[in-house]
Structures are given as C-alpha cells and as structure tokens.
Design a protein around this ligand. Sequence first.
Ligand code: SAH
Length: 279
Amino acid sequence: MRRLSLLSLFLALVLLAAMLVACSEEDKPTATSKPPVPEESVPDDESPSAAPVDEIVRPPSPTPEAGDPFAAIRAEMVQTGIIDWGVEDETVIAAMLAVPRHEFVPEEYQAQAYENHPLPIGFGQTISQPYIVAKMTEAIDVEPGDKVLEIGTGSGYQAAVLAEVVDHVYTVEIIGDLLEIARQSHERAGYDNITSRHADGYFGWEEEAPFDAIIVTAAPDHVPIPLVQQLKIGGRMIIPVGPVGGFQRLWLVTRVSEDEVRTNDLGGVTFVPLTRDAR
Ligand code: SAH
C-alpha cells in the first residue's frame, strides 16, 4: 500500500514535470517562431512559399506583355494621348494597349517610348507618333479577315498595331537594314502574322493584291496610281500627300468603283518623304 502510494507520488511528479515542460515549450519563442505577419507581407526565406508568389499561383499568360514593366505607362499614354484625343474604335484602342512600343525604338529612346511623339529610329527615319498610328488605323476601318498593306515599315510598330487587328499584314520598306531591325523586333515581340519585303513601295505589292486597305506612312507628292489599282472596290487607303520637305495633308482615299475614288481630307501632318531609291 505504502509502496503503491510512493509509486503514485512518483508517477504524479513525473506527470507534473512533463506538464511544466510542455507549457514552457508552448510559451517559449523558438528559432522558427515568427511574429504574426499580415497576408500581403513578403514571405521569409525559410517559408515553403518563399518562391515568387506569381510563379506559383498565376497561370502563364499568353499575352506578349505579361510582366511588362511598361504596361501602366502605356495605358496612361493610350488614355491621355489617344482616347482623350478622340480615337473611339475599341479594337484599335486594344491594339494600342497591347503593342510594346518600347520594343520598336532604339535602346537610348526606350524611356521616351510612351511619350506621344515621333522618335528617331536611325537612317534618318522616325517611328510615328502613337496618336497618328491609332488615327490612321481607325480611319481604314479594318476587321480581322481583311488583307492590309503598309508602305514604309520603318520600325515595324504600325505593322504590329495592324497585326493585332487583322489576321495578316503585308509591309514594304525601301531601306534594307531598317527592315532587318523591324523583322527582329517583330520576332522579339512575338508577331508571326507580318510578311515584309525590301522594295520600293510606290509600286505596292502586286503579287498579293488586291487589298482591303493600304496604309502609307511616308509622304509622296501625289497619290501613286499602282496603290489605287491594288485596292479592292470599296477598299480604303490612308496616305499623307504633300511637297518634299513641306507639310502634307492626310487623305482617306476610298475606291468606290473600277475607275472612281472618293477622297476625304483628314488634316495636316508631317511625315518623312516617300523616296524612290532603294538602299
Ligand atoms: N510605319 C513606320 C514609320 C514610317 S517612317 C513605323 O511604324 O515605324 C517612313 C518609312 O518609309 C521609312 O522607314 C522609310 O525608309 C520608308 N520609305 C520611304 N520611301 C519608301 C518607299 N518608296 N517604299 C517603301 N518604304 C519607303
């Protein structure tokens, strides 16, 4: 009996000691314990979710602009320089939001890529002002199935905007080295629906004609007849026309029948001249 009591006392003491140890373990800060963290705080290095949250929870985005650090500034430029200036076509606005203009300017001008003005692209040429690109794209009123020709590839930016709207774009550039750079930009930005050619665009692209629409982004001093002839009946061409070194007017030329066009003056512009010497 006495033996039993001693044993019980011993067991009770062991139990008490065990309980004290358990309590103190609970209260004591340990090497792995952390203060409570708000949900949005950055996980620490030891946490299993220490890898970037984006990588774990977000599915890969199919859009080329995923993770694009310029997306916000581009959206601001589209609002203030395009929508606020009167461009209404939703598809054109979506295209302007999608195309990474910074991929189409020389590196030293990347910081200015989303300012609403033209920029030098080398060889004495310029990438057009975003507003003008949007306005010209809206003016030719294209839809997905349309076949579109651009004269004056330049940086390749206008072709990329068109490639967001229609299934396939054809573009002609007279400076071979510039065309090579534009092709690389298209590849980098993921456009595989643009076919380009090194030639004098005055003659259009006869083998691919007729076109639903033609955009001319260098200014001749008259409307080239081959371009009108390569428009479908009902097709639209937008073209700056004016004297070399002077101001031009932007014309919307609609081919209304086999031998008739209708013209609309869309205002004054300044483009580089349409030259005739292939380089
Ligand atoms: N659309 C371009 C800007 C064009 S600048 C862009 O989005 O960046 C005008 C371009 O037209 C220049 O690259 C110039 O070399 C080209 N060009 C001038 N005359 C041409 C011609 N006869 N045929 C084809 N391209 C021409």
